[in-house]
Design a protein around this ligand. Sequence first.
Ligand code: BG6
Ligand code: MG
Length: 216
Amino acid sequence: MSLKACIYDLDGVITDTAKYHFESWKWVAEQLDYDLTEKQNLKLKGVGRKESLDKILGWSKARISEAEKQNLLYKKNQMYLEQIDAMSPSEVFDGFKAFNAKAKQAGITVAIGSSSRNAIRIIDKLDLVLDFHAIVDGGMTPNSKPEPDIFLMAAEKLQIAPAECLVIEDSQAGLTAAKKAGMKSVAFGNDKGLKGAQLQIKNWLEADLEKFNSIF
Ligand code: BG6
Ligand code: MG
């Protein structure tokens, strides 16, 4: 068994969109007379849009109709898109492009596996569209993370067996999804509470292809 594919999460792994999500979810919470904290926002990492609203509704104990839910989801996304559309390639995390180029040079195939339905728009804003062999986003599979569907579809598109894929993820939902997919994983970022990964790196400057290979 060897490392044949890297499947990257997008939000929080390639760029920081959590701050933009937070602003728009905070607005949603305000409509429900609720004050969303940054700590709660962390719990929305990797969680799909609809599932995130369900969590906020649970915390706020607000009861709203299905039509109101749809309306809030729509407005939340419009606010988020305004922020996304102002993003630029300078927002790609330091060291990512260099690591990805090195991985490809070593013959490793690379894909994005993101829960976001806005993934392609963000990748376009970051000018990374041509940097991956496949992109799977939250609109392409019936189940979002922590279910394995997104990563399994990415492996299928790359034509690599799940056991030879390495997922790089900053969220618990994503690490759980990787495990369910039968893939190895690297936890990304400073969160010491992340479980299930074979390795953790704080940022891309710490990424080491040989270390990643040694997991297999
Ligand atoms: C994940 C983010 O990647 O995508 C979550 O970590 C977000 O915070 C989810 O809710 C869905 O994103 P979007 O762009 O479809 O609303
Ligand atoms: Mg993420």
